[in-house]
Design a protein around this ligand. Structure first.
Ligand code: DQA
Length: 145
């Protein structure tokens, strides 16, 4: 079981960025938690972040044949990026959408996800734990795919 975690723009600033919304945990801390859970469940985890839309598109494309599941926190690109949505469809790798914050309890522009219709499911609003829950969800997705 190989899971590719992809993180979009500004998530490199977790811990210092709006901690009242995103918490004080850094992305490195989250990566460590995810890898610990992955080890327990027998999943190999690759964890990446980029502020560049095209780089995320490239990583999704390259995941085909290499990873069983993608877990994607597309950050602000969730609400804007047709390119990410098309890449998910093109790669054909089952993808789980995740967010730290409950986007539905925030500004209206965060209520719409362009990637949701092409994702296997969403995990939203559990802070850093959204990432850990996604490791477990990845096994469900693989079984049902
Ligand atoms: C986010 C929610 C997005 O609306 C926002 O642009 C982010 C982070 C989250 O994890 O809560 O950058 O994806």
């Amino acid at each position: 079981m190989k899971i590719l975690f992809l993180n979009g723009p500004n998530l490199n600033l977790l811990g210092q960025r709006e901690p009242e919304i995103y918490g004080k945990t850094t992305l490195a801390d989250i990566e460590a938690k995810v890898k610990e859970r992955g080890e327990k469940l027998g999943a190999a985890i690759e964890f990446r972040q980029s502020n560049v839309e095209g780089e995320l598109v490239g990583w999704i494309q390259q995941a085909k044949g290499k990873f069983d599941v993608i877990v994607l926190n597309a950050a602000a690109y969730t609400h804007t990026s047709i390119a990410l949505r098309d890449a998910i469809v093109a790669a054909g790798v089952p993808t789980i959408e995740i967010h730290l914050s409950n986007v539905h309890a925030r500004e209206e522009f965060r209520h719409k996800s362009l990637i949701a219709p092409v994702c296997a499911g969403q995990i939203i609003g559990f802070g850093a734990n959204s990432y850990v829950l996604a490791v477990e969800a990845a096994f469900n997705v693989k079984v049902n795919h």
